[in-house]
Design a protein around this ligand. Sequence first.
Ligand code: PLP
Length: 493
Amino acid sequence: MKSEEFRQLGHQMVDWIADYWARMESYPVRAKVAPGEVLSKLPPHAPEQGLGGVEGWDAVFKDLESVVMPGVTHWQSPSFFAYFPANASGPSVLGELLSAGLGVQGMLWSTGPSCTELETRVLDWLAELIGLPESFRSMSPAGGGVIQGTASEATLVAMVAARSRVRRQRPGDAPLVAYSSTQAHSSVLKAAMLSGVARGASDTAHVRLLETDGGYALRPELLERAITEDLAAGRQPFFVCATLGTTSSGAMDPLGPTSEVMKRTGLTDMGGWLHVDAAWAGSALICPENQGLAAGIENVDSIAFDPHKWMLTNFDCDAFYTRDRAALVEALSVTPEYLRNAASASGSVIDYRDWQVELGRRFRALKLWFVVRHYGVNGLRAYIREHVRLAALFESWVREDTRFELAVPRSLSLVCFRLAPRPGEAPEATDARNRALLDKLNATGSAFLSHTVLPGVGGKPARFVLRMAIGAPSTQETHVRACWEALQKLTGE
Ligand code: PLP
């Protein structure tokens, strides 16, 4: 493609995206296609002939409308309240475009000095913003931050660093054991499967998923008991994952008491690693009023959060920080001859390839840099605060309507709620009514919510609950209110 053609088509594509953002509300939020429908509109074989220039691209723009758009679920829609948000924004999309245009591979400092140093600086900014102590930043002797693709990758990287640190300090072949609550994200188990710590998804001997308290947070006394039992049985505890903002209900594990348990049981001295998965909630820590949620952070080994969830930076972008970067490098560095270079040998540069799974790396810091510069700290804080305000409003409406109940108190911008049980109603019947309500709402296309099942605690039955996760860039009070009114109307029917 000639550069003039690229310029023309690029303008057209940016126009297309801007128009899409403007007309997003005209689509049903959740795609209404059946499985295989998109596939059936695509030719089974690759085209022999290319498009042949700018005019040929008309066909592509037509296909966008007729093939692609019907199968798009509109994650940026102001009425998207499902899962957790996956933000995109103008500045981040421009950063993504620039990153692709530069086409830099930043695996080594020497293959991308700006890619490396911009990442270091922007991550230091973010570390300061979320209230991390200096020990997690690049100016510290041992710590620093890096962009991983996802929170799942961050957990895997933390786990393999933990494994190598503990094995160095406690050589031997005692079976390794990792710990989290039952509410930790499935990526903890997956990381254990990938790293060979667990033999499969049901290997609860090597990944102990501990029961939670009534608010679905980790219980430090159960962690202490499990670590003590495992040590007594000759196993080697090595990794604890605490979550700030669990996926199901937004629960916050207590970091201080968790690290105290690791100290008391001797796990800290053995090299044991405490990782904090703050994939969604971490963005809220940019607001000083939320930083109490991370009390005790100075004693954890690593923390990761996803600006690609709730900080206006499109996927993929996970900010990962550790106080022990040497453990990462020890676990992940392999240096073939063809990667050797003077800058790396000097020891004065960071080669981020040694902090991650892959070798190659995109220039992802650009989109983060654009986002932070465009909105500024004040703008980003206002963004988070508005979503929290809207969720508090929604929570108040749920409280006022006696047909509904909160499943747990609101966590930041996540409200878990459901239709309350009728007197004498069996738990399965309440669940069925809630499932039907969710299906009906989502079928309208006017909003999209997701669900979870919260386990029964203290002998109570498990509950099917609806999740209202507010966090799309263009969501306003009118959208939240419309969703609530739709829920009320469907309930009335
Ligand atoms: N951890 C938590 C607490 C999550 O809620 C999620 C996704 O929602 C993840 C990890 C996985 O995130 P990612 O897609 O960045 O791996």
